[in-house]
Write a protein that binds this ligand. Structure first.
Ligand code: AMP
Length: 296
């Protein structure tokens, strides 16, 4: 393995700001990949996209307490900082920003970013306050790192939509780049939370992909009726006894409001509990010259 540049890990906001200020002063175009760690090939695809377009590339690892509800998995969320650092270094990432929660949310912290409307539906309904936590940490990180481009995964389609809206509404200088979903060979979307699944749950978890893939096939055969498509997806999910859906919706990609018929750009959104683990996945459906193009 060739380690062209060693990875430099940065723990303080002041030091991170100084490094990014320096890169800007030198006229370099910084790429930024924010994550919560436990890095897998999905995260690394964002890193590779950043490396292809930017220099230097900065990744962050911060398990953001503000986006977890008190009942959620903040405590047991996988933390593998050492292995993550090795992956980032091998890929050629220049800096890893790993701040302390005590510096990000000091005593007396009271400013929150709320992207109205888009944050209340789907995952925002299942996870109250989740997207307020997400928007706030992403704005903070973008302010600290000041990247030309920031890279996000379409795996979290609602999150990507909300961050795009925030960047537009707050006149942020960073371009928001959304990258494709990376899947396991059997179709399961990669996620740090897949580590929670026992072998039976891991097998059951492919039901999300199978439901979306069925919708993709129907759409390619000409189906445009949202009710029929969501009913068929629910039917597929019902064949898996370990699967408990939270929502199955076909929404407009811009408003995230449900549609009755496919047109323009739509997204089929799934949230399904497999045992105690909540998984999400989605199918992007774009209309191009009258034809529907579904992408898993
Ligand atoms: P997380 O560490 O879960 O907060 O994810 C960090 C970033 O990686 C987010 O922009 C995610 O959308 C993205 N990501 C997570 N899983 C995948 C995947 N399977 N494919 C593509 N991007 C992903």
């Amino acid at each position: 393995m060739c380690h062209h540049t060693p990875l430099e890990t940065i723990h303080t906001i002041e030091w991170m700001k100084q490094v990014s200020r320096q890169a800007r002063a030198e006229g370099r175009s910084t790429g930024f990949v924010p994550t919560m760690g436990a890095l897998h090939a999905g995260h690394m695809s964002l890193v590779h996209a950043a490396l292809a377009e930017c220099q230097p590339v900065i990744a962050s690892i911060f398990v953001n307490p503000a986006q977890f509800a008190p009942t959620e998995d903040f405590q047991k969320y996988p933390r593998t900082l050492e292995a993550d650092g090795a992956k980032l270094e091998d890929a050629g990432v220049d800096y890893l920003f790993a701040p302390e929660a005590s510096e990000i949310y000091p005593p007396g912290f009271r400013t929150w970013v709320n992207v109205e409307g888009l944050s209340d539906r789907l995952d925002g309904k299942v996870r109250q306050g989740h997207f307020r936590g997400v928007a706030t940490i992403v704005l903070k990180l973008l302010e600290i790192v000041q990247p030309q481009k920031a890279f996000f995964g379409r795996k979290d389609a609602q999150q990507a939509r909300i961050i795009r809206q925030m960047a537009r509404d707050l006149h942020l200088d960073s371009e928001i780049v959304v990258c494709p979903i990376v899947r396991e060979p059997d179709g399961l979307a990669m996620s740090s939370r897949n580590a929670y699944l026992n072998p039976a749950e891991r097998r059951a978890a492919t039901i999300l992909f199978r439901a979306l893939d069925g919708a993709r096939a129907s759409i390619l055969r000409g189906e445009r009726d949202a009710l029929r498509l969501t009913a068929a997806m629910r039917e597929t999910l019902r064949t898996e006894p370990l699967a408990e859906p939270d929502y199955v919706e076909l929404v407009d990609a811009e408003t995230l409001e449900p549609v009755t018929r496919l047109r323009g750009v739509c997204i089929a959104m799934l949230s399904v509990r497999i045992g105690a683990t909540r998984l999400i996945d989605n199918l992007l459906i774009e209309e191009r010259e009258g034809a529907l193009l579904p992408t898993l």
